[in-house]
Ligand binder design. Structure first.
Ligand SMILES: [Fe+2]
Ligand SMILES: [Fe+2]
Length: 207
């Protein structure tokens, strides 16, 4: 398996915000794969390599990415809402907007998934479908760019500050559970080489 020299090691479940940021890097990589293929292969059949890369990215967004959304919506945001500090109150509006982004992105992922699957099965997309697919992917890129920036520059640092270590460990346990990992078992993300995520050629096991 390929090794990416200098790649940042994946975070562990004792650092839930670090793990969520790692998930963001995968979201960015798989989304970029879809965007580039939709643009470069417009009007023709996908090559084997493109079809494989698209298949891996679609599986990621279908199976693994929703766990990241659940990490935030079920494990992180409720704990931040429960911590009634002034800092949190001013961030609550932004958290509500993040929830709305999740809903909007999920709908766009559904439509891009169907269009890519039609492309894979019928070998070609009609020009209007191809344009719609590219537009939806551009919108997804815009949503994630702003969304991830808010989470990484405001929400995660604040969460690290206001949630004590036992709360963060409890979040990590919930994240493990969501991925079917037993307590004390080695995190799945650490079993994979960085090359798996960089190449996008293997089925991702985590969000
Ligand atoms: Fe999010
Ligand atoms: Fe996120």
């Amino acid at each position: 398996m390929a090794i990416v020299i200098g790649a940042k090691p994946e975070s562990g479940y004792d650092d839930p915000m670090g793990l969520m940021a790692d998930c963001h890097r995968r979201i960015e990589r798989f989304l970029e794969t879809l965007r580039v293929v939709a643009q470069n292969a417009s009007g023709r059949e996908l090559s084997e390599e493109e079809a494989r890369a698209v298949g891996t990215a679609l599986i990621y967004f279908r199976d693994a990415a929703p766990r990241h959304t659940a990490d935030e919506e079920d494990s992180l945001f409720p704990r931040m809402r429960a911590a009634a500090s002034c800092d949190v109150i001013s961030t609550l509006t932004q958290i509500s907007e993040l929830d709305a982004d999740h809903r909007r992105a999920a709908m766009l992922h559904q439509s891009t998934d169907s269009m890519f699957n039609r492309w894979l099965q019928q070998r070609k997309l009609a020009p209007n479908e191809s344009q719609q697919l590219q537009a939806d992917l551009r919108t997804l890129c815009q949503i994630y760019k702003k969304h991830i920036a808010v989470e990484e520059s405001i929400v995660f640092p604040l969460a690290r500050r206001i949630l004590n270590s036992s709360v963060q460990l409890a979040m990590g346990e919930e994240m493990k559970c969501r991925r079917g990992i037993r307590s004390g078992a080695e995190p799945a993300v650490r079993k994979q080489s960085s090359g798996e995520h960089a190449s996008g050629q293997q089925k991702p096991a985590t969000a």
